[in-house]
Ligand binder design. Structure first.
Ligand code: URA
Length: 211
């Protein structure tokens, strides 16, 4: 059976910032700033092989042909709510990107993802979609979001998270083997409540200061 490509972004700056984010006493503002910084660094890796095309421009000295990103604008797909923290940093690096939203909540008993919102930009078939969710735990939300996203037929789909559990990688890559996964780390596994261990706790609560 084919499996997704999994890219662990081992850049020292990403790893350093992730360690700081894991610390339990880190303030909400510091956690949010680190997430913003780490997502900019991850955006750089995730977009590394984007197709480009040459266009004609004029420098102050002469005309030249120079590369720009090919095709319609990238769409970042925010899996609400924790994907929002990832989104700001990604948009700093790709400011022209469009943004789609998928609203899912995790049923606390079954851990199954339930959809309550879905909105994408037009012409999805001409766009490359980058799906954002900081935590790939069971993988149920990512699978449900990508099931739904595929109905809109984007040109390509990538999935980006900060932390992944082996269970989530297995689930996502068996269900959507065509979707590459980008993560800063693969942790040990899930606990009985579906949290990634050792993890960093509830990413949404930590970034928004809720509990
Ligand atoms: N969602 C989180 O925010 N944290 C986890 O550890 C698992 C899912």
């Amino acid at each position: 059976m084919s499996q997704s490509e999994v890219h662990v972004i081992s850049h020292p700056l990403v790893q350093h910032k992730l360690t700081l984010m894991r610390e339990q006493n880190r303030s909400t503002s510091s956690f949010r700033r680190l997430l913003n910084e780490i997502s900019m660094l991850m955006a750089y890796e995730v977009t590394r092989d984007m197709p480009t095309q040459l266009i004609e421009i004029e420098t102050p000295l002469e005309k030249m042909r120079s590369p720009v990103i090919d095709g319609k604008k990238t769409v970042f797909v925010n899996i609400m709510r924790a994907g929002a923290g990832f989104l700001d940093g990604m948009l700093n690096v790709v400011p022209g990107a469009r943004v789609g939203h998928v609203g899912l909540y995790r049923d606390p008993k079954t851990l199954v993802a339930v959809e309550y919102y879905f909105k994408m930009p037009h012409s999805m078939h001409e766009r490359d979609a980058i799906v954002l969710d900081p935590m790939l735990a069971t993988g149920n939300s990512a699978v449900a979001a990508i099931d739904r996203l595929k109905e809109a037929s984007p040109r390509s789909i990538r999935f980006v998270c900060l932390l992944a559990a082996p269970e989530g990688i297995r689930n996502l890559s068996e269900t959507h083997p065509d979707v590459p996964i980008y993560t800063a780390a693969i942790d040990r596994g899930l606990n009985d409540h579906g949290y990634i261990m050792p993890g960093l706790g509830d990413a949404g609560d930590r970034m928004f200061g809720t509990r």
